[in-house]
Design a protein around this ligand. Structure first.
Ligand code: MSP
Length: 593
């Protein structure tokens, strides 16, 4: 019975997902803009971060998770005309044994600890420009309603039964572990204690009567879902890992704890002696935000992209889709997985004293600078190591020197005395490469530049779709270098506005460079919103001209009018990104042997 309905459901899911993806695929004119069809698209998109545990203050890893989701949702908003069609949620995960124990250790009531740390996250995200539309706390009444309703649906579909669970539980990771995933670690006094093989956190043996979810029934439906949707989990290696996990046995899952042991949570409806397992509670946050159980949630589900760290893949790629299928719903459309930040090669932890405070970093490197660093250096497939010299070096070279220098070179009064977007001369830079004539000045490398920048928006969009934001930034940075090369090659400072021979070419060189800068500014908005705003304002690009749909790069080259030609530049507001002083004492120095 269940098998058949699951199968039917998967069939439907597959079809609707396909058409949605088709609608989502970016299409660009050759000049690098979104096509009219793409512009008209009104499909909804819902991005989520994991909700963060409130047992300790946020660190740069948490900020990284939120930034990835922020950049994806900002990029999505830039693609479409309707910002109302995008939602982006984050929040705090406040129940469970981990929080109950942390509050007891701190001598606080759990609500006090939750209020305090949740506020830290909210402040950090506000300072870091995280453009979430919703911030959820699992201690809110609306969430309790959603979780208890979801529980009721699973129960009514015969998927919960009572049984005895006996095994290892890791409170830090809030998960059950089979014997094979537990090892022994030596304590300071030579005594040994059991820990999780994966996380190294202590585990304890539990035996209690709980509600159990029939997870084992979902092994094949999950395999079919993943095989039918090869992009469901991105990057691909994580998709592969989940399929490998599903090759193994998938035991049923305990989804409640005795309330006498775990009181800090949502009670099982109709049975106060049991508290709902914190992961089931936490995962339902994604539905609470969009109004579940009211029907309005259906317009956002399953057009959902979950952004998560690799440590919580099993919960999102196995438990969550299984719960959803069990409740008669589709799995989320995309799960984007990222790796972790280490500090000088070590895992960040309070006990090692190497936790990097994101607020200090935002102050030191500016909000845009630190956002750029984390997103430019963070590679989803591998862990990344943090140290301060790396930040200074990257920001000085890419934002201050390359991008800031380029803007300065094209807008400085001595080179551009009229402070306008100069005219493009089609005789100096004909659209057909290889033409010769007395006024043709463009060289082969210049055509290569135009072609690189024209295809950049599409390349960037593809990298965003594949969750390779660092590659998108790498591509922008490479085009910035190419544009600097173009300016260097033609040395506009050696050309003379007064000379009828030089002037059209001088204007063209500046026009092309400004057009490139306009593309870079537009594409950098999801990552460095203020810096991009400063850049685009300096170029005189108005707010309504900053969408990807408006990004017609170098239209004069393609034979179209250019709305910017002859326009006054915006006011000069100082250096785009002031250089950082490398001689300052930093938080974290690289280890040198
Ligand atoms: N509360 C759960 C998530 C529930 S979602 C329904 C949780 N919280 S967490 O606070 O421990 O982690 C939140 C996110 O931060 C996860 O995506 C995790 O991978 C990420 N990070 C935690 N440490 C990190 C690094 N050192 N580096 C990068 N991201 C890291 O898990």
């Amino acid at each position: 019975m269940l098998g058949k309905s699951v199968l039917r459901l998967l069939g439907r899911t597959g079809a609707s997902r396909l058409s949605l993806l088709e609608d989502f695929g970016p299409r660009y004119y050759s000049s690098g803009s979104l096509s009219a069809r793409d512009d008209a698209r009104d499909a909804r998109a819902y991005f989520t971060t994991p909700i963060f545990y409130v047992n300790a203050a946020p660190h740069i890893g948490h900020l990284y998770s939120a930034l990835l989701a922020d950049a994806l949702s900002r990029h999505r908003r830039l693609r479409g005309p309707s910002t109302a069609a995008t939602r982006f949620s984050t929040g705090t995960d406040e129940h469970g044994l981990k929080i109950q124990q942390a509050a007891a250790t701190a001598g606080l009531a759990p609500t006090e600890l939750c209020d305090r740390v949740s506020k830290h996250f909210q402040q950090l995200f506000q300072e870091a420009g995280i453009s979430c539309t919703d911030f959820i706390r699992t201690t809110e009444a609306r969430h309790r309603v959603a979780v208890q309703h979801f529980w009721g649906v699973l129960k009514s579909r015969g998927l919960l039964y009572k049984g005895v669970y006996e095994g290892w539980y890791c409170a830090s990771d809030e998960c059950f572990l089979p014997e094979a995933k537990v090892t022994r670690q030596l304590g300071p006094l030579g005594d040994s204690f059991p820990v999780s093989l994966e996380s190294g956190h202590p585990v304890s043996w539990t035996k209690e009567e709980n509600y159990i979810f029939r997870l084992s029934q979902f092994r094949e439906p999950l395999q079919r879902w993943l095989r039918g949707n090869p992009q469901a989990i991105t990057p691909e290696p994580f998709h592969h890992v989940v399929l490998q996990w599903l090759d193994e046995e998938l035991p049923d899952l305990s989804v409640s704890r005795r309330s006498s042991h775990l009181h800090w949570g949502i009670p099982v409806p109709g049975d106060d002696s049991q508290t709902i397992y914190v992961w089931l509670d936490a995962l339902v946050n994604y539905l609470t935000v969009i109004g579940y159980p009211n029907a309005e949630f259906k317009s956002w589900w399953p057009a959902t992209s979950h952004i998560i760290g690799k440590d919580i893949l099993k919960f999102h790629a196995i438990y969550w889709p299984a719960f959803l299928l069990g409740a008669g719903m589709s799995p989320p459309q995309r799960i984007y997985v990222h790796s972790h930040w280490t500090v000088c090669g070590q895992k960040m932890s309070k006990s090692l004293g190497n936790v990097v405070d994101p607020r200090t970093c935002l102050n030191r490197y500016t909000v845009d600078g630190f956002r750029y660093f984390l997103l430019r250096q963070g590679v989803p497939n591998w862990d990344c190591d943090y140290y301060d010299e790396k930040v200074v070096k990257l920001l000085n070279s890419e934002l201050a020197d390359a991008l800031g220098g380029l803007l300065n070179r094209c807008t400085a009064k001595r080179i551009n005395p009229s402070e306008t977007y100069p005219a493009f001369c089609t005789t100096c830079f004909p659209s057909e490469p290889g033409l010769v004539g007395p006024s043709v000045r463009a060289q082969a490398e210049d055509y290569a530049l135009v072609s690189s920048v024209a295809t950049l928006p599409k390349q960037v969009a593809d990298h965003y779709d594949n969750f390779q934001i660092y590659k998108a930034l790498e591509a922008v940075s490479s085009c910035v270098r190419q544009t600097n090369g173009f300016v260097q090659r033609h040395a506009p400072w050696k050309l003379n506005w007064e000379s009828p021979v030089d002037a059209p070419w001088l204007g063209t060189v500046l026009h092309v460079a400004l057009e490139c800068l306009r593309v870079f500014g537009t594409l950098l908005q999801p990552v460095t919103p203020s810096l991009a705003d400063k850049l685009l304002s300096r170029l005189g690009v108005s707010a309504s001209e900053r969408n990807l749909g408006e990004l017609y790069f170098l239209p004069r080259f393609y034979g179209h009018p250019c709305p910017f030609e002859g326009r006054r530049l915006g006011p000069e507001t100082g250096l785009l990104f002031p250089r950082l002083d490398p001689s300052r004492t930093w938080l974290v120095k690289a280890h040198r042997t």
